[in-house]
Ligand binder design. Structure first.
Ligand SMILES: Cc1cc2nc3c(=O)[nH]c(=O)nc-3n(C[C@H](O)[C@H](O)[C@H](O)COP(=O)(O)OP(=O)(O)OC[C@H]3O[C@@H](n4cnc5c(N)ncnc54)[C@H](O)[C@@H]3O)c2cc1C
Length: 311
């Protein structure tokens, strides 16, 4: 067995997985390949560290229908590891491909290491309260949530092998009767560089204007805790951050009136700088924060926004 392979229907996620793949390459001494539906990204993958790129060409528009093709490539290449982007579609494909090849599959891995000729992964369980370590023998299939790794940076002067596989994906037991695109109401906070998070410390919906003012002053998007979106419906559900919501990997995350329960922290802890504003000095958010302000957000937010606006 030789080769670490990566698949995602999303090229950005594939580049994130290249970071994980290159770490495994360093410990396993095996080449890294990308299986993709995006033929126009082949040079970008090679620049980001791929030694091989396999382009799947087929007529079927549904990425999950390429599971058999991915399994074929992985099998022919005698891959020891397949990393799959952990979107809903990626998980569907990974499950089908691993069943086809009877390999072990770990989902939602946050870390991946090569240890004693096996792959050791960690993932969160019990709503983020515990970390589970799993060890699977090779060949190992692993899905990785989006934004777990940073995108592998492009390097100059890299060369790689590119090959195309024609795929007949028409035969399927599923027929699509209707397609309804999801209509997003809020901004995509998962890719935002700066986020101001709002929690139940806000007494009423109109008060969110204070957070919006600060966000505007520093060029940030607004995120929130689950209750603000799902219970109060003050913000759309795609704005809430945490284990069951979005994950942010911002340069700056400012949490205002957020207690910092683990289910929320899981979604923000990969941010570079976390600033917390809370009246309760014992709030758990302060343990996760780089900077903490013990104070009333109704006083602190206008002061911060004013300072940023140079007033
Ligand atoms: C299975 C499961 C999954 C979950 N998933 C998520 C998830 O993905 N994301 C998520 O966010 N939550 C999630 N939760 C809910 C989570 O456990 C917490 O209940 C939630 O994060 C708390 O939200 P909060 O911090 O806004 O509210 P609270 O915990 O009520 O905290 C409000 C904070 O505001 C402070 N405060 C009050 N007034 C002021 C003021 N004037 N100025 C400054 N500070 C003030 C308080 O001191 C307090 O610390 C989940 C729960 C479960 C059981």
């Amino acid at each position: 067995m030789s080769g670490i392979w990566i698949y995602s229907e999303d090229s950005v996620i594939a580049k994130e997985l290249l970071t994980a793949g290159l770490e495994l390459k360093a410990s396993m001494g095996q080449s890294v390949g990308v299986i993709t539906l995006a033929g126009d990204e082949q040079n970008a993958f090679i620049a980001a560290g791929a030694d091989k790129v396999c382009i799947l060409k087929g007529q079927n528009p549904w990425p999950e229908s390429y599971a058999g093709a991915v399994a074929d490539v992985v099998s022919k290449e005698q891959a020891s590891v397949l990393l799959v982007g952990g979107t809903l579609r990626g998980k569907d494909l990974a499950a089908n491909a691993s069943a086809a090849l009877r390999t072990g599959l770990v989902t939602d891995a946050l870390t991946i290491q090569y240890v004693n000729n096996s792959i050791e992964t960690t993932r969160l369980v019990y709503g983020g309260l515990a970390i589970q370590t799993e060890v699977i023998s090779l060949p190992a299939f692993v899905t990785v949530p989006p934004r777990t790794y940073r995108e592998a940076p492009a390097m100059t002067g890299r060369q790689g092998e590119v090959f195309t596989v024609e795929v007949d994906t028409i035969a399927s037991g599923i027929s699509i009767s209707n397609v309804c695109p999801i209509i997003r109401e809020g901004a995509d906070i998962s890719t935002a560089n700066r986020v101001v998070g709002v929690g139940r410390g806000f007494a009423k919906r109109e008060d969110l204007a204070m957070a919006e003012k600060l966000a505007q002053a520093i060029g940030a998007e607004i995120g929130c805790t689950r209750g603000i979106a799902e219970d109060s419906h003050w913000l759309p559900s795609e704005c809430y951050i945490g284990i069951s919501g979005q994950k942010v990997k911002a340069e700056l995350y400012i949490a205002a009136g957020i207690s910092g329960q683990v289910q929320h922290i899981v979604g923000v802890r990969d941010s570079k700088i976390i600033v917390a504003i809370d009246t309760n000095e014992k709030a758990p958010i302060f343990a996760a924060a780089d900077y903490g302000i013990v104070g009333d957000l109704y006083e602190v937010l206008p002061l911060l926004a004013g300072a940023m606006e140079g007033k």
